[in-house]
Design a protein around this ligand. Structure first.
Ligand code: GRF
Length: 192
C-alpha cells in the first residue's frame, strides 16, 4: 500500500481526521506532514501522532526538487493536499500524476481558482444565491482546482444561511468523506 504524505498550511482539521482514520489501518500509513508555515497548527497534530513533519520554504519548493527525494525516501505513493495553498510545481505534478489529490470546499468547476479558498468560497456561493454547495475531491494538476474530479458530495443551503453556516455544512462533508475517499484511492493504486 502507498504511504501517504499530507500537505497542509493551516489548522489541519482535515489532516487530523485523515491521520486518525489511518491509525486504525495496518496497511496504509500517513508518514509525513508537509507545511509551508512553521507555525501552522497542523504541525502540532503531526507531533501528537508521532508523524514526521517538514516545513518547506518557497525557494526550496519551487527552485529545487529536494522534496521529491524526501517523499521517495519515505515511500510516499500518495499525496493529500488538505488546505495547502501554494500552487504545485510541475516536477511534483509529473512525479505524482494521478497520485496527488486535493479537497475543495465547493462544487467545482464553480468557485475554484486562485483566491478561492476559505471563507472567500462560501461568501461567493452565498452572493450567487446558490441553493446547494458541497465538496470536491480532485486530482491535482499544474493549475488551481482544475484536475479531474474524483468525488463530490452536496449539502443544501437555506435562504437564510450565512457564509459561516455554509462553511460548517461543507466542513462536515469534508470530515465525513475525505479519509474514506483517500483510502479507496490508495487501494486502487495498490491494485494498479
Ligand atoms: C478545507 O476547507 C479544504 O476544503 C480547503 O482548505 C480547508 C482546510 O481546512 N482546501 P482545515 O485546515 O483542514 O481545517
Amino acid at each position: 500500500m502507498p504511504n501517504i504524505a499530507i500537505f497542509a498550511s493551516g489548522t489541519g482539521t482535515n489532516a487530523g481526521k485523515i491521520i486518525d482514520y489511518f491509525k486504525e489501518n495496518a496497511n496504509i500509513h500517513v508518514v509525513l506532514v508537509v507545511s509551508n508555515k512553521a507555525t501552522a497548527p497542523v504541525l502540532e497534530l503531526a507531533d501528537e501522532s508521532g508523524i514526521e513533519k517538514m516545513v518547506i520554504s518557497r525557494q526550496s519548493f519551487y527552485e529545487t526538487e529536494g522534496l521529491l527525494d524526501a517523499l521517495r525516501d519515505r515511500g510516499v505513493g500518495l499525496i493529500v493536499l488538505a488546505g495547502f495553498l501554494w500552487l504545485i510545481p510541475d516536477y511534483l505534478v509529473r512525479a505524482y500524476d494521478k497520485r496527488m489529490v486535493n479537497i475543495h470546499p465547493a462544487l467545482l468547476p464553480k468557485y475554484g481558482g486562485k483566491g478561492m479558498y476559505g471563507m472567500n468560497v462560501h461568501r461567493a456561493v452565498k452572493a450567487a444565491g446558490e441553493t446547494v454547495s458541497g465538496i470536491t475531491i480532485h486530482y491535482v494538476n499544474e493549475r488551481y482546482d482544475e484536475g479531474g474530479v474524483i468525488f463530490q458530495a452536496t449539502c443544501p443551503i437555506a435562504p437564510d444561511d450565512e457564509p459561516e453556516d455554509i462553511a460548517r455544512k461543507v466542513q462536515q462533508l469534508e470530515h465525513r468523506h475525505f479519509a474514506p475517499v483517500v483510502e479507496q484511492l490508495a487501494q486502487e493504486l495498490e491494485e494498479g
